[in-house]
Design a protein around this ligand. Structure first.
Ligand code: ATP
Ligand code: MG
Length: 509
């Protein structure tokens, strides 16, 4: 069964139960009230009967009987209102009866009357001398019409002097009762119809919200993650709506991440292919020249040398690319420990002195005697090597200063050159893969893949350190690196940077 109908039925069942309970109690109360009112009226009639007809001695103050004339006139008056009565003396003898009305009085009742109690009877079949036609009309077929009556004792000077039995036809009371009940039934039917409509509306309001969610789920299934559900309230469906929205957001975020990853992969493939095409084209051209003997004998050695250079470049490119991908995807293991950075820098200077000399540069080291640094030894060498090599690469006939110092929470290094420098825009892009500020300088003998700083950046990230650059076109560049001590370095680090990461002017990781 559809949820709509199920909910509608349950709402309807609740409303119906309530209505039935209310109706039954109302009928009961009405019934009771009708009889109570009738008995009260009968009692008033009985009281006035006795008051009107009582006879007593003025001097002895003795009870002397009832005035028959007054009783008769009252009897005919009351008969028109379907009220009949009989009066009994203290010794249980009938003194007067209208229409031959005779009540059955049991001993028990008589005893109660003597004690001054008024007895009310809901249904009684007293004897009555009324015409059969009238009888039929009053209470249907049967020996005597049903009556409701009361028995009321009257005392004079503390002595029981008379008992009045007065009653009216039950049919008169029942008629009003049926009238009220039939009105009530009509109202009940209308209320049921209204309940049905209300149940439907209530059920529809909640199922409509579910349908809305269903539609939104279909949208998600079709790949539209931007869909959102309104959740203004605080009930369970609104909670579900909020969870749904969260799920949609999460799906959208992961979809975006997948898109970005795919974009990065695509760009990476394009960049790598582009970078490899130049040396491969050079090698191919030279090989064709050699194959067709188009290169003069004296140039052959130079051609082979060029091919060797390009092959080396290709190997470096492939190695760097693999290295970069490994670092980026967190596939390298870091073995961090504390060692003396001054010794490392001295070694690097010795290694790179020759390269610096080729550019007519001078490497100036300004390090304390011992400078403790907490890093992975090989990766630290790789980082500093790259930065110093870049400085040599982009500086001619000048000094390159390499400095180190201890800071409260770690070791800081600065590599300052007075080389070609960079503009602000160029500085912002140097951390990108394959970025080269000056494409015309691609074929230098030190580096040209444009991967060096991208790798350095990720490696510094893995150490929990920072790298900043300050540069001025034509003036020079300074790279400042910071490696935190063991107690300030994070335990395991996941590089947070993306390939597109770049910050302006002064660049910090
Ligand atoms: N000290 C510097 N002075 C001026 N420009 C620099 C300096 N260091 C880096 N750059 C600029 O940043 C670019 C990126 O440097 P990066 O080290 O990533 O690549 P690369 O040196 O060109 O190639 P490789 O991958 O072989 O290192 C360089 O091409 C250069 O334009
Ligand atoms: Mg480099």
């Amino acid at each position: 069964m559809k949820l709509l109908y199920r909910q509608m039925l349950s709402f309807f069942a609740v409303i119906c139960t309530l209505l039935i309970i209310v109706t039954i109690s109302f009928v009961n109360v009405t019934n009771r009230t009708l009889y109570t009112n009738t008995w009260r009226e009968l009692q008033q009639d009985a009281d006035s009967l006795i008051q009107d007809s009582i006879k007593y001695d003025q001097t002895t103050h003795q009870f002397k009987g009832l005035k028959t004339a007054s009783l008769k006139s009252n009897a005919s008056l009351l008969a028109r209102q379907n009220v009949h009565f009989a009066i009994y003396s203290a010794d249980h003898k009938k003194m007067f009866a209208s229409n031959g009305y005779t009540a059955k009085l049991t001993k028990k009742e008589w005893q109660a009357l003597k004690e001054g109690k008024t007895i009310q009877k809901k249904m009684d079949r007293p004897r009555l001398n009324i015409s059969d036609k009238n009888k039929q009309k009053k209470s249907g077929p049967g020996p005597h019409p049903k009556m409701t009556d009361i028995l009321r004792p009257y005392f004079y000077q503390g002595k029981l002097v008379a008992v009045v039995s007065i009653g009216t036809f039950v049919s008169t009371v029942e008629q009003s009762r049926h009238q009220i009940i039939s009105n009530l039934l009509a109202t009940f039917v209308i209320a049921m119809l209204v309940a049905l409509v209300v149940s439907y509306l209530l059920a529809r309001s909640s199922t409509q919200r579910i349908s809305k969610m269903r539609r939104a789920t279909h949208q998600i299934a079709r790949g539209n993650y931007k869909v959102h559900i309104d959740t203004p309230g605080k009930d369970e469906l609104d909670d579900l709506g909020r969870d749904f929205n969260q799920m949609a957001d999460a799906l959208q975020a992961s979809q975006e991440e997948i898109r970005q990853q795919e974009e990065r992969r695509r760009r990476f493939m394009a960049d790598a292919a582009h970078e490899m095409r130049t040396p491969l084209t050079t090698i191919n051209g030279l090989l064709e020249g050699l194959a067709y003997d188009a290169i003069p004998e004296e140039d052959k050695k130079h051609s082979i040398q060029l091919m060797q250079n390009d092959t080396r470049r290709l190997i470096r490119l492939v190695n760097d690319t693999l290295d970069y991908e490994k670092i980026r995807t967190n596939q390298i293991s870091m073995d961090r420990k504390v060692f003396d950075a001054t010794a490392v820098i001295d070694n690097l200077r010795a290694q790179l002195n020759k390269k610096a000399a080729l550019q007519n540069d001078e490497l100036v080291v300004d390090m304390p005697k011992v400078l403790r640094v907490y890093a992975d030894y090989d990766r630290f060498v790789q980082i500093m090597f790259n930065i110093i090599q870049n400085a040599i690469q982009f500086t001619k006939n000048d000094k390159i200063e390499i400095a180190g110092r201890r800071l409260p929470k770690g070791a800081e290094f600065a590599v300052k050159d007075n080389g070609i420098g960079m503009t602000k825009e160029q500085t912002e892009k140097i951390w990108e893969r394959f970025y080269k500020a000056d494409r015309s300088r691609m074929n230098t003998q030190y580096g040209e893949s444009g991967l060096g700083l991208a790798i350095v950046h990720h490696l510094v990230d893995l150490h929990g350190g920072t790298i900043k650059v300050q540069s001025k076109l034509g003036k020079g560049t300074t790279f400042t690196l910071f490696f935190p001590d063991r107690e300030y370095a994070p335990h395991t680090i996941t590089p947070q940077t993306t390939d597109e990461q770049q910050t302006a002017g002064q660049v910090e990781k």
